[in-house]
Design a protein around this ligand. Sequence first.
Ligand SMILES: Nc1ncnc2c1ncn2[C@@H]1O[C@H](COP(=O)(O)OP(=O)(O)O)[C@@H](O)[C@H]1O
Ligand SMILES: [Mg+2]
Length: 477
Amino acid sequence: MMKRATIMVVDDHRDLAENVCEILQSGLEGTNLTCLLAGSAGDAIEACESQRDALDLAFVDLRLPDADGVELLGQVKSRCPHAEIVIITGDATVESAIAAVGAGAFSYVLKPFRPTDLVLTAQQALAQVSLAREGDVLRRELEQSERRHREVVEAVPAFVLALDAEGQIRLWNRRLEEVTGCSRDEMLGKPGLELVGEGARKLPLKGGGHRLVRWQRAALTSADGKPVMYAMGVDVTDERDMLRRTLRAERLAAVGTLAAGLAHEVRNPLNSATLQLQVLRRRIDRGTTDPGELLPIVEIVHDEIRRLDRLVSDFLSFAQPRPLRLEPLLIDELVQGVAELLRLEAEADKISIVVELGAGEGTVEADAERMRQVLLNLMRNAVEAMSAQGGSLTLRTAPADVEGNARIELEDSGPGFPEDAPIFDAFYTTKASGTGLGLSIAYRIVADHGGSLQADSRPGRTRFVIKLPQQAAAGPE
Ligand SMILES: Nc1ncnc2c1ncn2[C@@H]1O[C@H](COP(=O)(O)OP(=O)(O)O)[C@@H](O)[C@H]1O
Ligand SMILES: [Mg+2]
């Protein structure tokens, strides 16, 4: 494409002006040149008004009838932002020409000039103009892209803020303004580190209350080399509420299932006691006074009531656990203590209890009484499973592993349970007088500590493994 250029020659000597035009027309080969002539500063300004941005170059005689060339310089520049100006002057006024360059002219040519000099100057000035024009286009594109980025930051439905090295807020986007009610002007310069910590943080609202916001942070370096932290936040308040509602609904459903199970379990001993009382009444009605006939019935009723009592208290400790009282416990001490509690009872059933302590000084943060309850439930089950034929129960401990979990293992040599037996389900029992709650309770307590309870079994070897974190989790709500 052929280059275009618009040049104006301002000189009150028309011949000279035309001459300049001709020289340029023939000298600037390959350029589609438009040459304008102006005989006075007034004419020149008029031409500028109509040309505006289209004017590339003006040759201006320093001496004009109605104005000084240097004055005209400002007038042209203000109307034609891209135009360059070359001063044409005679020897006598070379000082003024130099001053004009100081005031923003591109250069000057001295009369009489050689055509090649004139053309060369014009070429240089036009090259300068086209560079400036390109620069302008680039700057506009950059501004546009910056504006787009700013708009994205402003318009995203997320919270975006930036902090400088001092932790002061440097960016506070529209979403933050809308949700918190705090304007950008209020927030810029305020300390903001508190707002954007790890995990979900409370974002205070101007009208009181807060939203829960989960932040993602990125440390960057700004254009001027200073560190900036950008944080992008998502409002998780509703998500949390939903989760809490779901949990509550699940818990209610679980309570329903448990209550049904409890009612069922309560009915058995109640039926049995009622039947026995009817038998007792019939015998009394018949005039029986022999204690040998009456007392066994009283005993049975008493047993059933005891079973009911056990059921209710087990159920309560399952359904309504009290908050954990956490303290550092020596694992070995805990296990040894519980082993001694059951040793005599076990030996009466020809069951030997073997303790292999390996935790040393290892501790866990736990509720001693509740952990004792867990171990007792598991040991009782083992003893009950082996009571018919005797056997051995081994208790093993190990300190925290790389993941921070200490380990307690109980292994018995009893008959075990089938792989698909739902042993951890509430009310599942294979025993005539069982409640089926022992393992449910144990499982619940270990889980409340943030640990896990697992079992595997084959005839002759049944193993329960408790893993407890060295630092307890939050515990039940
Ligand atoms: N060590 C074990 N060996 C064999 N079976 C076991 C053992 N521990 C538990 N079980 C099975 O799991 C069931 C549930 O145990 P648990 O919840 O303590 O209730 P319960 O002891 O009242 O029956 C037991 O009835 C038994 O069938
Ligand atoms: Mg049990």
